[in-house]
Design a protein. Structure first.
Length: 290
């Protein structure tokens, strides 16, 4: 397979005003990777707002599993264009069905009071952490065949999880995870491209943080896991050519759902983005089918 470039995933085809089509990547999961829909929906919304308006937040719901073998159409609705803020609603469609909704808000640069009450965790430097791909390739026998065949589509982002090998073990541990990430290719685009790609990356290894206190490995064949909703806030400009630390923790799980929150720091310790997600986490019992 030729080199896969993540920036090409966000080169959406404009079908007509407010309507865009994005190609899909099959990452070897049970369904379309949620991060793809997050990033492409944000990229579609960005094309409909003035260039001086930058995304500062989005809130989404995943309604149906997407098909990774088919493109996705994004229908962007202009909800409001105010003096300071713009709001867009994006509907993702496959086979005539709405699989996802996003509401995104954009704002021009303004001066105001500023503080940060978030401390960057002390973790090994990215140069001291093995890439996830290296860890996975060393343990191919633990991976589903579809995921092995799709490894090329995971290469465009260099993801380095602290203690990544624990993902293959049914070992109870605190619901915290730390990931270094950056783009493999050199990104030359404007901030909106970096935001779309970070939105894509924000879905990697996120919900599975809620499994850690229960000693359930993500490779468990009886596990069914899916995102319900995902929100993201962009606090400061950032460069995804440089390392970012994604600090995740899960404050709660119950009723077959898990809640996770994330903070994304640059190497100077500045908080550049925050995330929240809730998802379904269900164990299927073969004898009952439930």
């Amino acid at each position: 397979m030729s080199e896969v470039k993540l920036s090409e995933l966000f080169e959406l085809e404009c079908i007509e005003a407010g309507l865009y089509r994005g190609q899909s990547w099959d990452l070897g999961f049970r369904a379309l990777f949620g991060g793809q829909v997050l990033g492409q929906a944000l990229a579609a919304a960005c094309q409909t707002v003035p260039k001086e308006r930058i995304a500062h937040s989005f809130h989404t719901y995943f309604l149906l599993p997407g098909d990774a073998k088919k493109p996705v159409v994004y229908d962007v609705e202009t909800v409001r264009d105010g003096r300071s803020f713009c709001t867009r609603r994006v509907k993702a469609i496959q086979d005539g069905q709405t699989i996802f909704y996003m509401t995104a808000s954009f704002q021009g640069e303004e001066h105001g009071v500023s503080h940060q009450f978030a401390e960057m965790p002390k973790v090994p430097a990215p140069e001291q952490v093995d890439s996830d791909l290296a860890v996975f390739e060393a343990r191919l026998e633990h991976m589903p065949l579809a995921l092995r065949e799709a490894l090329a589509y995971h290469r465009p982002i260099d993801i380095r999880t602290v203690d990544a090998a624990y993902a293959f073990k049914s070992l109870k541990r605190p619901p915290q995870r730390y990931i270094w990430m950056r783009a493999q290719e050199v990104l030359n685009g404007t901030l909106d491209l970096h935001q779309a790609i970070l939105a894509y990356a924000s879905d990697y290894h996120f919900l599975s943080t809620s499994l850690q206190p229960h000693g359930i490995a993500i490779t468990d064949k009886n596990l069914r896991i899916a995102t319900i909703d995902h929100a993201m806030w962009f606090h400061k400009p950032f460069n995804f050519n440089e390392w970012l630390l994604y600090a995740m923790d899960s404050p709660f799980s119950g009723n077959a759902r898990g809640l996770v929150k994330g903070q994304i720091f640059n190497q100077a310790g500045e908080l550049v983005a925050s995330t929240m997600q809730e998802g379904m986490m269900r164990q299927i019992h073969p004898e009952s089918g439930q």
